[in-house]
Write a protein that binds this ligand. Structure first.
Ligand code: HAM
Length: 408
């Protein structure tokens, strides 16, 4: 028996429809905000992610699906979308004159994580990336857009924001942070590694002991330069003016290394342990990291499986619909086949070609979510009738075949 790989899931029928519905809602909102579609490869050179997402991140450190291709290139399945979109922007030379470009995308991402509820190895994101705009109005606009998607999907979320500062203030803050971290002992192994590679990642360590050590850690918000402070205050004013509730979270640093200034996450208490349903932020320096001309970028990605899990949990069972038509003996199959063809002019009809006991047919009809059950057996055939059961109201009777259309 060949099964799907651990952490990889099929989407069938109802789930596939739900996936399409979520994407359609995201697309409608993104288009209203001036975004257009971009598709880009699932496979890229590994160094694209090493240089962007960063060596200190769990994604690059432990989770990439990497291999050497037949030409000897070190390649990997995309663990996220931003790096590929930035690569595409630079490759199309749009960085040369800092073109304004707004793209949205959706599709599979791959991370070799430990699978659990809401955490898969192949998962899907809907994301947007906006290039060429330094103004904090774009940051607010992107957050409001994401909130509009959640509103249309009827999902309750909470927004957390932070500012990670620019090159200047972040570097100064890192020096203060390193001195503080060096004054403490017994951080977990991950934090010891992060301290060397990207010390701000220590701030969001989930280990309780590490968090206790961080009690009096210098605050990012108290170390922002004038420009970053002004932008952060303006972002908060824009959110307030547009009735967007938020919480400032000093420890929100995101799991990817490319962010500067605005960072944000939407969490939802509708899926267990307040998991993030979307995250993003500004990444003005990323274009340079990938050898482009320096410019501006900001975006977000949301986890479709997490959204679907909430929607499925909130969904009331779909109303029953259609007819399940069957027979108890082989000799009536041709007859019900003909009857089904006639009924299909006005009804949705599922014909069973199998011969089973009545109870087994009823069970099958229930699974198929049909509303009406019609069955021909010996007794009915002799009287030119059919057995009828309404699977919603449970009413059942025999109906003359000649009256069938009028009585169902
Ligand atoms: P991220 O926070 O790594 O950001 O992922 C965004 C969202 O993808 C998460 O909030 C979560 O809902 C979903 N997600 C992440 N990992 C998994 C997983 N293993 N299983 C299921 N869902 C998952 C990014 O990927 C950035 N590229 C976002 C961005 C775009 N920043 C700027 N532009």
């Amino acid at each position: 028996m060949i099964n799907a790989l651990k952490g990889m899931k099929d989407l069938q029928d109802e789930q596939a429809l739900l996936y399409e519905k979520v994407i359609k809602t995201c697309e409608e909102v993104a288009k209203n905000y001036g975004f257009s579609f971009i598709n880009f490869p699932h496979l890229e050179l590994s160094k694209l992610f090493k240089r962007s997402v960063g060596e200190s991140s769990d994604i690059v450190g432990k989770e990439m699906y990497e291999f050497i291709d037949k030409a000897g290139n070190e390649v990997c399945l995309r663990p996220e979308g931003t790096a590929g979109v930035v690569r595409s922007y630079i490759e199309a030379k749009m960085d040369k004159n800092q073109s304004i470009k707004r793209w949205f995308y959706h599709g599979s991402m791959f991370r070799y994580e430990r699978p659990q509820k809401g955490r898969l190895r192949e998962f899907h994101q809907f994301g947007v990336e906006s290039f060429g705009i330094a103004s904090v109005y774009e940051d607010a606009s992107i957050i409001l857009m994401l909130n509009e998607i959640f509103k249309r999907l009827n999902i309750r979320t909470q927004l957390k924001i932070n500012s990670l500062g620019c090159k200047t203030c972040m570097n100064e803050y890192k020096q203060k942070l390193i001195s503080f971290l060096n004054s403490k002992e017994n951080f977990c192994e991950d934090c010891i590694r992060r301290k060397e590679l990207n010390p701000i990642r220590v701030l969001d360590c989930k280990n309780e002991h590490c968090q206790n050590l961080l009690t009096n850690v210098p605050k990012l918000s108290e170390n922002l330069c004038e420009c970053c402070k002004k932008d952060y205050e303006k972002l908060q004013k824009l959110l307030k003016d547009n009735e967007m509730a938020y919480e400032c979270d000093e420890k929100l640093v995101r799991g990817l290394d490319y962010y500067s200034k605005t960072a944000f996450e939407f969490i939802s208490d509708e899926i267990g342990a307040k998991a993030a349903v979307a995250g993003g932020g500004r990444y003005d320096r990323l274009i340079e990291y990938l050898d482009g001309k320096s410019g501006y970028g900001i975006g977000f990605a949301m986890g479709i499986e997490r959204i679907m899990a909430i929607l499925e949990q909130n969904q009331t069972k779909q109303a029953r619909d259609g007819i399940y038509l069957c027979a108890l003996d082989e000799k009536y199959i041709d007859e019900i086949f003909k009857l089904g063809t006639i009924l299909r002019k006005n009804h949705k009809v599922l014909i069973s070609y199998e011969i089973k006991k009545l109870a087994k047919h009823l069970n099958q009809a229930d699974i198929s979510n049909a509303k009406i059950f019609l069955c021909v057996g010996e007794e009915e055939a002799l009287k030119e009738e059919i057995f009828y059961k309404n699977l919603e109201s449970k009413e059942n009777k025999n109906i003359k075949l000649a009256n069938l259309e009028n009585e169902i």
